[in-house]
Design a protein around this ligand. Sequence first.
Ligand SMILES: Cc1cc2nc3c(=O)[nH]c(=O)nc-3n(C[C@H](O)[C@H](O)[C@H](O)COP(=O)(O)OP(=O)(O)OC[C@H]3O[C@@H](n4cnc5c(N)ncnc54)[C@H](O)[C@@H]3O)c2cc1C
Length: 499
Amino acid sequence: MSNYDVVVIGAGNGGLTAACSLAQRGARTLLLERHNVPGGCATSFRRGRFEFEVALHQLSGLGTKEKPGPLFNVLDRLGVVDKLEWIEMDNLYRLVIPGQIDITLKADREACISTLQESFPAEKEQITAFFDLVYKFCLEFFSTFRDPEANAENHPLYFKYALQNTSTVLDEYFTDPVLKLVLSTYWGYVGVPPSRLTFADMAILLFAYIELKPGHLKGGSQALSTAILEEFLAAGGVARFNCGAEKILVEDGRVTGVVTADGETIPADYVVSNASTITVYTEMIDPEHVPAEQFEILGGSTIGPSSLTLYIGLDCEPSAVGIDETTNFIGTGADPDDVFASFREIDTIDNYVLLSCYNVSDPEASPPGTSQIAVVDLKYAEPWLELPPHQYYEQKYAVADKLLEQIEAVFPGFREHIEEIEVATPLTHIRYLAAPGGAIYGFDQFAKDSNMFIPPQSPIKGLYFAGAWAGMGGFQPTLSSGISAARQVIKKLRAQEEV
Ligand SMILES: Cc1cc2nc3c(=O)[nH]c(=O)nc-3n(C[C@H](O)[C@H](O)[C@H](O)COP(=O)(O)OP(=O)(O)OC[C@H]3O[C@@H](n4cnc5c(N)ncnc54)[C@H](O)[C@@H]3O)c2cc1C
């Protein structure tokens, strides 16, 4: 008899929440992680006197104890809410396009509307109408989950707009291209330009960040990963770090166990994989056990962007270099489609970067008198993978230098205050996450890849997925995906017990 009911592969957000939830519901669970820390993207690392947040910029869906969001409920169920301290941000973001716009939007519907109306008076009424649409659309969207009879008559906005692209809807409402850029600023959080981003995704991002407020965790996302791991261990789960899973064993269409990178076979009837579906179906399971249709499904999706990320420690407070917002998007004014095309270039032309300074909302994010900054410029891995090894460092520092120039233009004096800097390319993300293409949100988040069309279940019995490759990327979706994978496994385990 096996020691474990379930083996969870990978301790990223999806794997951790799946493992913790499984152990808390009584499943004998083993968590395998190839890295030496829990979290995947949701982790931190040290350089000099700084502890750098790897991934979390603005947490969505948390809300407050008084007004809990869906993520609050997930974390509450895992028992980690009281172990975490989080900081609510007052503002959504500052968008700066030098020479065109410099605007900061509050995380408040009315304040957002009035700021936009002051900057774009010619479109005053349309701005109010657009926010009405976003809110009404989202309320209809949420009610479709409770209403199996939902149809175009009782949910007209949902059925009309859900799959329209964001640009089409913005064009329906507005004429000013800069206003459209301001309203679609969050497209960078999905990695899909407004011309291809569903209105549903865009509307929900805006609604959720305004209503539940963007947040940040004290101690960074590592605090969250560590808290979930502790609850998992307290519930009797077993975790092994520096222990990758190499193979998933399948017999007669059913999972029978996992083989670790050290060659140990661990029998189990259920596996939840936080490793990508691509890795699982093309490398971890022998091909004769993978139904042909599964390869067809994989072939219909494309690997999403990774990131060129700068982790910077400044030897001064943010105000010394003019940073007074936590979340800053800096663009060149280029059409988002051109920006998206530039994701495939190593060079940082036409780019659109996110600069987060955690100290603005949490002065303790780095030692007193310093600032912790993360700069994210989305990039696909291909050109980096094609680069001859001897050119890697030269290119990496050349593009980092260009990004710094762009930042310096908005925050003069920034460069001379750099005390620590680490540059991560898509190759770095591949190395640390073992994700194909170093993709930070899994597959490209095009509408066709949505869970609405591709069910996350595996055709192999006993195999489940959690994390970005099983649906959407980002903190809230991946943390929630682990809970739903655990729920499905527990249902099967209980049904087995009854037999
Ligand atoms: C620079 C950056 C900025 C980001 N900014 C944001 C943001 O502001 N907001 C937001 O919501 N999201 C953001 N994201 C995205 C978000 O962090 C990810 O989408 C999410 O954390 C992915 O979670 P996951 O569950 O898919 O697992 P991952 O984080 O991908 O972790 C998977 C884990 O599985 C392990 N693993 C893989 N293969 C094996 C194996 N064979 N055996 C054992 N272990 C294995 C890996 O080592 C890893 O620990 C960002 C990501 C990055 C990198």
